[in-house]
Design a protein around this ligand. Structure first.
Ligand SMILES: NC(=O)c1ccc[n+]([C@@H]2O[C@H](COP(=O)([O-])OP(=O)(O)OC[C@H]3O[C@@H](n4cnc5c(N)ncnc54)[C@H](O)[C@@H]3O)[C@@H](O)[C@H]2O)c1
Length: 238
């Protein structure tokens, strides 16, 4: 049985990882939670029977306390991971750390050094490695059954709605405030390709912009906000 403290009760902390308690009730128990949004804290507290005295309004507040669980799930936003992860390791937690570890290479190295120095286990959520079909591909490649890898051609097909809601106007709309898309989305691709190849990355290049996703490129008839379907307002093209 692994006891868990979750920091950040969003799409990952609440809607993805917390649910593992229902799937593996004999292996995982949520004992502490933190999020500034009180409704989320209440929802998770009620659903998983967390002691109210171990419900916090921020990871910072939770980390003021002595170690409360075996593992901390760090499910806050990209630029918050570093501070939460470092403090949690100092407190004695092993980590399930959301990707990307940090947009700063220096912070990534410091997390690794700290984990090694303190003997903490840090699992980064490169979830593709754990999917049965990628594991099958990995085993097939390693077995030599289909010969030597010469090239891999892969595309990250981000759905148009995910692109619009996450990378144009959502949490990851501005790389200065979060992570650039090559890291935020394609860290999964970089991880899986490196893992499948069994070779370190030699070189990488990345370019792109939101040039198309601007007001002047909007169709002449669109709602003011995409969530609103009626009434449609006619807008003059600019
Ligand atoms: N592994 C994957 O496949 C995958 C997929 C999507 C997102 N992610 C990563 O997971 C992380 C979270 O993404 P998300 O989609 O769940 O975001 P989200 O915005 O839904 O959740 C983040 C939560 O953190 C809370 N929060 C903000 N400040 C906090 C603080 N100081 N202490 C505690 N909680 C705080 C927010 O209120 C929010 O509920 C991001 O780094 C993202 O890149 C990983």
């Amino acid at each position: 049985m692994v006891t868990v403290a979750i920091s950040g009760l969003g799409s990952r902390g609440k809607d993805t990882y917390a649910k593992c308690q229902h799937i593996f009730p004999e292996r995982m128990r949520i004992v502490a939670i933190a999020d500034p949004i009180a409704e989320k804290v209440e929802e998770v507290r009620e659903e998983y029977g967390v002691d109210p005295s171990l419900c916090f309004s921020s990871a910072e507040e939770m980390l003021e306390r002595e170690k409360l669980a075996d593992v901390m799930f760090v499910c806050t936003q990209d630029r918050q991971h570093y501070a939460h992860a470092m403090k949690a390791m100092e407190k004695g937690y092993d980590l399930l750390l959301e990707k990307p570890i940090s947009p700063s290479p220096d912070e990534c190295r410091k997390i690794q050094e700290t984990a090694e120095r303190l003997g903490r286990r840090v699992v980064v959520c490169h979830v593709l490695r754990y999917t049965p079909f990628y594991q099958y591909i990995y085993r097939t490649l390693r077995s030599g059954e289909i010969g030597k890898i010469v090239a891999i051609q892969a595309i990250e097909n981000v759905g148009y709605w995910h692109q619009a809601h996450s990378f144009v106007r959502g949490n990851w709309r501005n790389s200065e405030e979060t992570s650039p898309m090559i890291l935020q989305k394609s860290c999964h691709d970089m991880d899986i390709l490196r893992w499948l190849c069994g070779q370190p990355c030699a070189r990488i290049s990345s370019f792109g912009s939101l040039m198309h996703f601007r007001r002047e490129n909007a169709a002449w008839i669109v709602p003011e906000r995409c969530g609103r379907t009626v009434p449609m307002t006619r807008r003059k093209s600019t």
